[in-house]
Design a protein around this ligand. Structure first.
Ligand code: PGA
Length: 222
């Protein structure tokens, strides 16, 4: 099973989300059944809308781009794993943009990881290099070197397949852990990653904003 995880980042409004869903639903999604899991990670306000739109496709999952490290309570503005339980299956944790723009420490990231697990959400933990650590109980590890992240177009300095595989070896990742690559993944380069047995999926950002490109990326895994 390969995973194609779209990270929409801080993009789109209600109208644009409806249009994305309309356009994506016009495509033949049945080809992914039992072969590929698609995970759409929109900004928080659109999680419910997308969950409803894609409810009948068991292979389309909704994810969050982050979750709070806190339990419910007096934490104004936080979105907790407790609140998200039942709405999402996955949460991206420790994305390099949050580490740098929001000063997220490894301690906070690990708290978020635990919180997700506690509330039935599978964390997709992002690491930038071999120095970033990850909990032993991890199931989904995403390798994304910050220099490979695009400016929103999906077309930056993609890491070579060789480097992505080398990192996996360096990290001593056991085979039961899903190893995902992110960083300027687009319809032109996705196949090389997705057809490799050592890589379990990709996480496109910029390219996932366009339903056609997201679809093309997923089809290259078939
Ligand atoms: P990108 O973003 O595909 O636009 O490089 C990936 C990410 O940062 O999640």
């Amino acid at each position: 099973m390969k995973f194609v995880i779209g990270n929409w980042k801080a993009n789109k409004n209600t109208k644009e989300v409806s249009r994305w869903a309309d356009d994506f639903l016009k495509l033949d999604l049945s080809i992914f059944q039992d072969k590929i899991t698609l995970v759409i990670c929109p900004p928080f306000p659109f999680i419910s809308i997308l969950k409803e739109r894609f409810n009948k496709f068991s292979f389309v999952k909704i994810g969050a781009q982050d979750i709070s490290p806190y339990e419910p309570g007096t934490h104004t503005g936080e979105v907790t794993a407790y609140s998200l339980n039942g709405l999402i299956d996955f949460a991206i944790i420790g994305h390099s943009e949050r580490r740098s723009q929001n000063n997220e420490s490894e301690e906070t990231i690990f708290k978020k990881f635990e919180m997700a697990r506690l509330h039935n959400i599978e964390p997709i933990l992002c690491i930038r290099n071999a120095q970033d650590s990850y909990p032993e109980t991890i199931q989904f590890l995403m390798y994304e070197p910050p220099e490979a992240i695009s400016t929103g177009t999906g077309r930056g300095n993609t890491t070579s397949l060789k480097d992505v595989l080398e990192m996996k070896k360096m990290l001593h990742i056991p085979s039961h852990i899903k190893y995902i690559y992110g960083g300027s993944v687009n319809p032109d380069n996705a196949e090389a990653f997705l057809k490799n047995d050592e890589i379990d999926g990709v996480l496109p950002g910029g390219a996932s904003l366009d339903p056609q490109q997201f679809y093309q990326i997923a089809t290259s895994a078939l």
